[in-house]
Write a protein that binds this ligand. Structure first.
Ligand code: NDP
Length: 450
């Protein structure tokens, strides 16, 4: 089948799923040279099979809020591909969660997990539940109801969920407690657990740290480094906080952070002290980022979701790190980044750049790293948490961090090598898609037509 025939078929089979089609389109275009070189992969329809989830579970979640009112939400788990290991991927709690969003995330996860070198298949799940504005008690009630159904579909050798947007340490705790009670077993069924009950040191920091380690590799590859670079970071959640922390530690200057309401622009640079305030504001008090601008007297720009562009990407800088959500950089934003002299765009979020946006940055010589390579440090460290759970012992902070540094360098080098071998030297997107695809394809080929 040709590129357009495969894409047409996916479009026909998945109508009204724009996010999934966007993720599929990018990968299909990248792996075409692999299919041409390996006709056996094409004959076995390995790409077509990867585009179809092994299983998609949808279920009702019913719970009582603090006023005693019945609430009804929808829960999902997409078990995308288990060719190289148990399904692995986060849970997202956000009102925008749909099967299309979770299928795109699960599809990307398959390639990302393959790149880490740790044996993990791909999955993703979540709910349209919105934790914002809910009490701790309501979040716990929801998590218990959600796990009441999910528990029968997961297991430490079968499917190991983790956090994502709206699912942090608090939610993982409630979900783990519910699973343990239902199944009467203490296993590493979730990652991102607390230290002291099966969690790994550095897991909380891993996605943000890994992102900046990856960018450092990209910069070193062209004889530069993070030191002295002015950086734009979006979001103010888990990934953003630790990306900012690592930028500071490596001598760079992070000047922005955001939430869904607005952007703070701190020209003097976010310091460790200001970052501690941000963490306390977002993780404990669950407040809005405007408070940061008020406290440190810096510029605050409101975000209008319907506006043509996001003001965050229209600021002079050297590097850009989108760490909030999908499609936060459109073609106009990408043009603004180029205009403002940005030389490196590395994704902390999943699919934050539209296909048009990617083409603009690539055409203008911006070094671009796709999330499935540059944000893989989170799931890689989840893989390390699983290994520690299987062994029944814990590594030190230094040991886990050293492994994370090594994994991010391997993903960087593997992506570059695959891009070169298949005729797109320097193109991390093509390289990551190709290297991930080949690994999963070989396993599927060996396991027969199932
Ligand atoms: P958090 O929930 O901790 O933070 C999300 C941040 O993004 C918040 O600042 C939030 O603002 C903002 N945000 C979320 N949705 C939107 C939206 N629709 N429009 C504008 N802003 C939005 O999530 P994470 O930091 O864990 O995840 C961020 C991204 O990184 C996601 O794309 C996720 O898939 C990806 N990722 C996460 C990993 C992890 O280990 N956590 C691993 C790999 C990728 P507000 O508070 O206003 O909602």
């Amino acid at each position: 089948m040709t590129h357009s025939a495969i894409l047409d078929n996916v479009k026909k089979r998945n109508p009204n799923e724009p996010e999934f089609l966007q993720a599929a389109e990018e990968v299909i275009a990248s792996v075409l040279p692999v299919l041409e070189k390996n006709p056996e992969f094409a004959r076995l329809k390995l790409l077509e099979r990867m585009l179809e989830p092994e299983r998609l579970i949808s279920f009702r979640v019913t719970w009582l809020d603090d006023r005693g009112e019945v609430q009804v939400n929808r829960g999902y788990r997409v078990q995308m591909n288990s060719a190289i290991g148990p399904y692995k991927g986060g849970l997202r709690f956000h009102p925008t969660v749909t099967p299309s969003v979770l299928k795109f995330l699960a599809f990307e996860q398959v390639f990302k997990n393959a790149l880490t070198g740790i044996p993990m298949g791909g999955g993703k799940g979540g709910s349209d539940f919105d934790p914002k504005g809910k009490s701790d008690n309501e979040v716990m009630k929801f998590c218990q109801a959600f796990m009441g159904e999910l528990a029968r579909h997961i297991g430490h050798r079968l499917d190991v969920p983790a956090g994502d947007i709206g699912v942090g340490g608090r939610e993982i705790g409630f979900l783990f407690g519910a699973y343990k009670k239902i199944r009467n077993e203490f296993t590493g069924v979730l990652t991102g657990k607390g230290i002291g009950w099966g969690g790994s040191l550095i897991r909380t920091e891993a996605t943000g740290y890994g992102l900046i380690y990856f960018a450092e590799n990209m910069l070193q590859n062209v004889g530069s480094s993070t030191k002295g670079k002015t950086c734009l970071v979006s979001g103010s959640g888990n990934v953003s906080q630790y990306a900012i922390e690592k930028i500071i530690q490596l001598g760079g200057k992070a000047i922005t952070a955001s939430d869904s309401n607005g952007v703070v622009v701190d020209e003097a640079g976010i310091t460790m002290e200001k970052l501690e305030f941000l963490k306390e504001l977002k993780n404990n008090r669950r407040g809005r980022i405007k408070e940061y601008a008020d406290k440190y007297k810096c510029t605050y720009l409101s975000i209008d979701a319907k506006a043509e562009y996001n003001p965050l990407w229209n600021i002079k800088a050297d590097c850009a790190f989108p760490c909030a959500t999908q499609n936060e950089i459109n073609a106009k934003d990408a043009g603004n980044l180029v205009k403002n002299g940005v030389k490196l765009l590395a994704e902390g979020a999943n699919m934050p750049t539209t296909i048009d946006g990617i083409n603009i940055v690539l055409d203008n010589g911006v070094m671009y790293a796709p999330g499935k390579a540059s944000n893989a440090g989170g799931v890689a460290t989840s893989g390390l948490e699983m290994t520690q759970n299987y062994m029944g012992s814990n590594w030190t902070r230094e040991e886990v961090d050293a492994k994370l540094v090594g994994i991010m360098k391997d993903i960087h080098d593997t992506s570059l090598a695959a891009a070169k071998e298949y005729g797109s030297p320097g193109n991390y997107m093509a390289g990551a898609n190709i290297a991930g695809f080949i690994k999963v394809a070989k396993a599927m080929q060996a396991q027969g037509v199932i």
